[in-house]
Design a protein around this ligand. Structure first.
Ligand SMILES: NC(=O)c1ccc[n+]([C@@H]2O[C@H](COP(=O)([O-])OP(=O)(O)OC[C@H]3O[C@@H](n4cnc5c(N)ncnc54)[C@H](O)[C@@H]3O)[C@@H](O)[C@H]2O)c1
Length: 257
């Protein structure tokens, strides 16, 4: 592969889950320098992944702890991008409460606290991350924001009403941000993955469900984290600047929009 993102600086949230790891490896392989972030409690793993990506990639990765609901943490990691790599071009908003959703619960069983936590992290945190990153992108004269949504906003998913609502909100936020930031050369899009066969999905779904999902796809196989990287890399690159406010579904042709 060529180095399509050579010289770009990317801030990636939620970097230590299986999908986040695939993004770091692909972004650095494409020449980007990546500030990979996740909750401080994952810093040991995060540093190991960043070191591996730096060793293998054309770009470098550095890990920094960041809770996306903390404005102070977000400012600190934007500053890391400036101090280590000279600025910020792209934000990949991948962090979310997903693996830690716990067992499926009907919408009559969900509590206000469970609802508020998922919406606070998955929606407010996504917006806070954009708010923190935009001033640094303005200094570069433009940028790219990629928000990670989910096809469950189209298909629904019994047992996760709060999560489904949060991912639908991420799509709405994407369109609002695209309208506001387009005049400044900042393109904002969402990538909407289907059900990925990763550790997080296996924690919260039974294996039969994963197996059944295969037959719902035009490409009838399980989906891997690596299936997502092409879309994210492209949306971070120079070639996609006139694409904004869109949601790109990557699910093997299960849902057509
Ligand atoms: N796995 C799937 O099937 C699937 C499908 C569609 C969309 N997605 C989305 O893809 C993204 C990655 O999913 P994943 O499977 O790797 O899940 P995951 O739960 O393993 O990863 C999410 C990451 O976000 C981090 N995170 C949670 N709260 C945070 C906070 N307050 N601040 C900073 N980081 C926080 C977690 O520590 C974790 O590393 C998520 O946005 C998820 O909703 C996943």
């Amino acid at each position: 592969m060529g180095a399509d993102l050579a010289g770009k600086v990317v801030l990636l949230t939620g970097a230590t889950g299986d999908i986040g790891i695939a993004y770091i490896m692909a972004l650095t392989e494409q020449g980007a320098n990546v500030v990979a972030t996740d909750l401080e409690s994952f810093s040991e793993t995060g540093r190991e992944i960043a070191d591996k990506a730096t060793a293998q990639g054309a770009g470098q990765a550095v890990f920094a702890g960041c809770d996306i609901t903390s404005d102070e943490d977000l400012q600190r990691v934007v500053d890391v991008a400036g101090d280590r790599f000279g600025g910020l071009d792209c934000l990949v908003n991948n962090a979310a409460i997903y693996r830690t959703l716990g067992p499926k619960r009907t919408l009559t069983e969900l509590t206000n606290d469970e609802w508020d936590l998922v919406l606070r992290v998955n929606v407010r945190g996504c917006w806070q991350s954009i708010r923190a990153a935009v001033p640094a992108m303005r200094e570069r004269g433009g940028g790219r924001i990629v928000n990670i949504a989910s096809v469950v906003s189209r298909t629904g998913a019994a047992g996760f009403a709060h999560y489904v609502a949060s991912k639908a909100a991420v799509e709405g936020l994407t369109r609002a941000a695209a309208r506001e930031l387009g005049p400044e050369g900042i393109a904002v899009n969402a990538v909407s993955p289907g059900l990925v066969d990763d550790a997080a999905t296996r924690d919260i779904n039974d294996a039969n469900y994963l197996e059944r999902m295969k037959s719902t796809r035009s490409v009838p196989r399980s989906m891997d984290p690596e299936d997502l990287v092409g879309a994210v890399v492209w949306l971070c690159g120079d070639g996609s600047g006139f694409v904004t406010g869109q949601t790109l579904v990557v699910d093997g042709g299960g849902v057509f929009v």
